[in-house]
Ligand binder design. Structure first.
Ligand code: PEP
Length: 263
């Protein structure tokens, strides 16, 4: 499905990297490298660790930067006895707009379940923020031929009882786990096939109208050298970038992928 009507969205997930001093430096470098035209062409969300959020938010506000502030995770409950956790409500108070939910590292290392991911989506949307829902299969699942079963199952569970408007406003990232941080990228064709199946499934869960509006990302070892090919796929509206988003120059080149197309 042609992606012309959907604004591209490029997200940098810093994971547990960059303390708040390094975060400020990285955002300043990025701001220097990206132009007004870049921000007009692409939404750029940055997802620093929790401890950096206040510093980055202050910088964005003070310098009127066009970056959209994101977080990597939140708890599903508003407040209470959950030592070490951060609620969606707290993030919204910091002007966070996008929250990654269901990242494979959260699912695999911290045991997040489909049910808790669904509850987090509810909490994020209740706080008027946008979830970036991650779905993806392991290498074993891919080799066993169960990619679609896994990915579409995660999708159905996450979107349960969400209204058309709520689904439409979400971002969904297809992130094959075997491609995250490994240097292996799904071929652009492969990524397109799974992403297009996600769009088709949304059409069944909700409607064709919702499916054609929702923005879908690919994530997994995206770099400046492979971004243009990935973004050329008709159903891919953006990318979720881990390792390559830590380097301002590399991430800026990723955000400027459209200039490369015109070389
Ligand atoms: C990620 O963290 O979501 C990710 C895709 O990481 P990387 O780009 O390093 O593979």
């Amino acid at each position: 499905m042609s992606n012309e009507a959907r604004k591209p969205i490029i997200s940098g997930n810093w994971k547990m990297n960059h303390n708040h001093f390094e975060a400020i430096q990285c955002v300043q470098k990025l701001a220097y490298l990206l132009t007004k035209d870049d921000f007009a062409a692409v939404d750029v969300t940055i997802h620093p660790p929790f401890t950096d959020l206040r510093s980055v938010q202050t910088l964005i506000d003070a310098d009127e930067l066009k970056f959209i502030l994101g977080a990597q995770h939140c708890h599903e409950v508003d407040s209470g006895a959950f030592t070490g956790e951060i609620s969606a409500m707290f993030l919204a108070k910091l002007n966070v707009s996008y929250v990654i939910v269901g990242h494979s590292e959260r699912r695999e290392i911290f045991g997040e379940t489909d049910e808790s991911i669904h509850n987090k989506i509810v909490a994020i949307q209740k706080s008027k923020m946008t979830p970036i829902l991650c779905v993806g299969e392991t290498l074993a699942e891919r080799e066993a031929g169960t990619t679609y079963e896994k990915v579409l199952g995660q999708l159905r569970s996450a979107l349960e009882k969400r209204t058309a408007e709520q689904i439409k406003s979400m971002v969904i990232a297809y992130e094959p786990i075997w491609a995250i941080g490994t240097g292996k990228t799904a071929t652009a064709d492969d990524a397109q096939r799974v992403v297009s199946a996600i769009r088709e499934e949304i059409s069944k869960i909700s409607s064709a109208n919702v499916a054609s509006a929702v923005r879908l990302q690919y994530g997994g070892s995206v770099k400046a050298s492979n971004i243009a090919e990935i973004m050329a796929q008709p159903d891919i509206d953006g990318v979720l970038v881990g390792g390559a988003s830590l380097d301002a120059a590399e991430f800026a080149r990723i955000c400027q992928y459209r200039l490369k197309k015109q070389d």
